[in-house]
Design a protein. Structure first.
Length: 103
């Protein structure tokens, strides 16, 4: 399935619109990960634990987005927007876009 942030797909024509689809992922923060991330921030550097969690959440949200697009008859999602939030020490990633059928 093609998933893109652009409003169309070059070389393809949109033949049907199936509406907005959304995929979400919320991951709890690990206490030890928080401690080590704080240490990493103090000494300078990147927090591999947070980067891995962020990647996992993004992949989950996009996979859910694709599944929902397929359920409504789409074979692509255009205009995808990714949003990241921290809610009560949990990481939330939301992906939304328009499910479409491409020729």
């Amino acid at each position: 399935m093609i998933v893109t942030t652009t409003p169309n797909v070059e070389g393809h024509r949109i033949t049907a619109y199936h509406g907005v689809v959304v995929g979400e992922a919320i991951l709890g923060a690990n206490v030890f990960r928080d401690i080590f991330a704080g240490i990493t921030d103090i000494i300078g550097g990147r927090s591999a634990a947070y980067e891995a969690s962020l990647g996992e959440a993004r992949e989950t949200a996009l996979r859910e987005l694709e599944e929902r697009a397929a359920k409504v008859g789409g074979n692509a999602v255009v205009g995808v927007d990714l949003d990241y939030e921290v809610v009560n020490n949990m990481l939330m990633v939301s992906a939304s876009g328009t499910a479409v059928t491409l020729d």
